[in-house]
Ligand binder design. Sequence first.
Ligand code: NDP
Ligand code: 2IT
Length: 445
Amino acid sequence: MDAKKVLEDLKRRFPNEPEYHQAVEEVLGTIEEEYNKHPEFDKMNLIERLCIPDRIYQFRVTWMDDKGNYQTNMGYRVQHNNAIGPYKGGIRFHSSVNLGILKFLAFEQTFKNSLTTLPMGGGKGGSDFSPRGKSNAEVMRFCQAFMLELTRHIGPDVDVPAGDIGVGGREVGYMFGMYKKLTREFSGVLTGKGLEFGGSLIRPEATGYGTVYFLRAMLKTKGDEVKGKKVLISGAGNVAQYAAEKVLQLGGIPMTMSDSDGYIYDPDGITREKLDYIMELKNVYRGRIKEYVEKYPTAKYTAGAKPWFEKADIALPCATQNELNEEAAKALVANGVIAVAEGANMPSTPGAIRVFQEAKILYSPGKASNAGGVSVSGLEMSQNSERLSWTAEEVDAKLLWIMENIHENCVKYGTEADGYVNYVKGANVAGFMKVAKAMMAQGIV
Ligand code: NDP
Ligand code: 2IT
């Protein structure tokens, strides 16, 4: 394959999808060499079938708001690849959602899920509906209207959605309820369910915990540890909260959290008690991060900015794509950051990744370091199939094993001649090879 040509062709056929192009470019650039060692792949033009989703569903979602007005949003499900298992990946509700963003996420998910060692293909879905500022009743009506259409495209052995930005336990619960009502079937069709109806212990924690387990494994290669390190965290949602919790458990000091309006910096560190406040603020009251400084006035809030220009040892981007650009990466490196582990999907721009890799600091892409969430989703599917629930200790031990295994695979496939581990290459090659072999074995389908 000629990676450049493949990409140009995709850009021509699918214009106006910059995030999708960005994700594909990053993967193609790192797997090209390995791919070309296998002429049988190119003979079957495997790469095109790997980049273009198996199928995409798009539908209108109409629902009634509390004032009695009818609102219309778009709904999507991108089923990217099911060579190694049923389509699997989250659902995102955010005003910025469009097809290009979901195509990038579904593409990334395919490699991420392959890395987990569990039998899951890749998919992603969502809507441009934003739960922000909506009442509980509005969120429920929207979730029901969304599931009314999505039902016919998913199933426990077909496609198993979960949460992502704007979709947490509440939304998964409402969608599960509607699926159950429409199909009269109680199954593991969604993951991230409530514990009372088939959810797994540690699923809410899994992405954040997994990111920090991966960070710990990276630091260990340098004989270093999380203890005593100052950590910049972006986001204040599911991933950011549990990344902060695990940093605290390992003796590190979270310094920042953010949302799309700005970030807070606490010079004394975000302690366990302060994190409890943030969790209540975000999860119960659905408040904004700036309210933190009213409660803890020694902290500062900066509107319209990102936390990357503060001094620290480690950065964990846990909010959204392209939230850390080249300029921010340069500031992080200049301030002495030794490791960046992505909790979000594709938070670093290509320019930022270049800066990290040229400075030879530890840098892991989301598809490796945030794979803990979908891994425990896979474990939720296993528990649903055997109609048993595992203890928190069991699930956490399996999560840790999976994250350390992904780390080992990145080292195996990503170590360069000078010993520097290119985690992007490692993750992409390891993830790709398994999917490619499965596709080859299954013929042209
Ligand atoms: P949440 O909705 O719980 O939290 C998202 C956080 O990111 C919020 O603080 C939100 O702020 C902020 N954010 C969202 N969009 C933007 C934006 N455009 N600009 C700046 N800030 C933004 O989502 P999650 O924590 O679940 O997801 C965070 C990231 O992690 C995403 O990239 C997601 O794809 C990824 N991820 C999630 C997994 C999971 O299991 N949940 C698994 C693996 C990856 P605001 O309230 O202002 O919108
Ligand atoms: O990006 C992701 O891996 C997720 N949002 C979690 C997907 C899942 O199926 O648990």
